[in-house]
Design a protein around this ligand. Structure first.
Ligand SMILES: *Cc1c(COP(=O)(O)O)cnc(C)c1O
Length: 399
């Protein structure tokens, strides 16, 4: 029983204590322990004798067996993430967020099954559905992120899973998770949510009735733009299927990377507060500028997703979008190229601010993105928001 299993503790305390079991941080023979679970690098695990080998040969979790099944560094990160989701049975780690999503879909779907995928999903998630899942005879239908309880009409007898991502990639639509979950439960359909934007700090997904929650730990949890990893955290009912699939697929993560992600996790609460605060400051400033068409940020009172976001989320992270009013793509390029404090690059959630152009109109199929104004995505880092605003102001002059 780890400290992180204590659901009475508040999230910021769990972030600090999670995964720090005495057996992973010290050895009784040394008479003490270290603060951080050390990096246990291993392929081979040595056994005392054949009786020991036989006894531990079928160990599944938190008994040393073979490197691929993890070492205490890996278990500490998984345990800390499980502790962040009340109602979770366990967490599996994957080499990237995409790997986590793909593994979850493969574990829960079989040939002949039907998947309902949100139209605002991260583009590589769609690529997996349209590629490998289609090849395996698993059909995907894309649905409007704002469908809410209307999802009921899209469920077929062979529908096995509803996949959600909220707010959506690039366009930040907020889904009515409780309404979709209520329908899914009634119809015996599982739900899986990409929770990378909010993390369990802002949206504990399992408490909202989701069966499997996924995160790209590469983003906010890692937080320092130097490691890639993904996670799936699941309820007791779904956990055995996920774990069995993970063992069969054989994806293992590096203990060094786990130590980096675990270090990021410790400060997630303070970083998220700053990302959210600065993000909202920049978004509000943008909303008042004549050069801006609209700002896509659910914490702004005028945002279409604001009511649901206020009801369900404990805060905002620092990723959002906005359009440049009445200009062409060349102007967007001039704007982005002129920024000094926003790196041009994919990914997000690191301590440094980033900017990318985005084009949802080329990706969507169930809905149509009709706004003619070019769209920009910002990931607000931990810089002083006043410096970022001054930079964006220079960008507007460059248009
Ligand atoms: C980045 C991202 C992923 C994929 O994560 P990687 O670690 O880059 O593979 C999945 N979902 C969302 C919403 C993302 O932004």
């Amino acid at each position: 029983m780890s400290k992180s299993d204590d659901d009475s503790l508040r999230p910021a305390t769990k972030l600090v204590q999670g995964g720090r079991r005495p057996e992973w941080t010290g050895d009784p023979r040394l008479g003490g322990g270290v603060v951080n679970p050390p990096v246990w690098r291993a392929s081979t695990i040595l056994y005392d004798n054949i009786a020991d080998l036989k006894a531990r040969g079928h160990a599944t979790h938190d008994k040393l067996y073979y490197g691929r099944r993890g070492t205490p560094t890996v278990w500490a990160l998984a345990d800390a993430l499980t502790g962040m989701e009340p109602g979770a049975e366990g967490t599996l780690l994957y080499p990237s967020g995409v790997a986590a999503n793909s593994a979850g879909l493969l574990a829960l779907l079989s040939p002949g099954d039907h998947l309902l995928m949100v139209d605002s999903a991260y583009e590589p998630t769609r690529a997996f559905c349209n590629g490998m899942l289609a090849r395996l005879g698993i059909e995907t239908s894309y649905y409007d992120p704002l469908v809410g309880a209307g999802i009921a009409e899209l469920i077929r007898p062979e529908t096995k899973l509803i996949f959600l991502e909220s707010p959506g990639s690039l366009t930040f639509e907020v889904q009515d998770v409780p309404a979709i979950v209520a329908v899914a439960r009634e119809r015996g359909v599982l739900t899986m949510l990409d929770n990378t934007w909010a993390t369990p700090l802002l949206f504990p997904a399992l408490s909202h009735g989701i069966d499997v929650t996924m995160m790209s730990l590469t983003k906010y949890v890692g937080g320092h733009s130097d490691a890639m990893m993904g996670s799936l955290t699941a309820t007791k009912a779904v956990w055995p299927r996920l774990r069995s699939a993970a063992y069969q697929l054989g994806q293992a993560v590096s203990p060094d990377d786990c130590a980096l992600i675990l270090r990021g996790l410790r400060t997630l609460d303070v970083r998220m507060r700053r990302h959210g605060e600065s993000g909202l400051a920049v978004a509000s400033w943008l909303a008042g500028r004549g050069e801006v068409g609209r700002v896509l940020h659910p914490a702004l009172p005028g945002d279409p997703g604001h009511a649901i976001w206020s009801r369900d989320f404990g805060g905002a992270s620092g990723l959002f979008g906005f359009t440049l009013k009445g200009v062409d793509e060349a102007a967007r390029t001039r704007f982005i190229d002129s920024l000094a404090h926003f790196g041009i690059g994919f990914s997000w959630g690191g301590y440094e601010s980033l900017v990318v152009p985005s084009n949802p109109e080329t990706i969507r199929t169930a809905t149509t993105w009709t706004d003619p104004d070019p769209l920009v995505r910002l990931s607000i880092g931990l810089e002083d928001a006043a410096d970022l605003i001054a930079d964006l102001e220079r960008g507007f002059s460059a248009i």
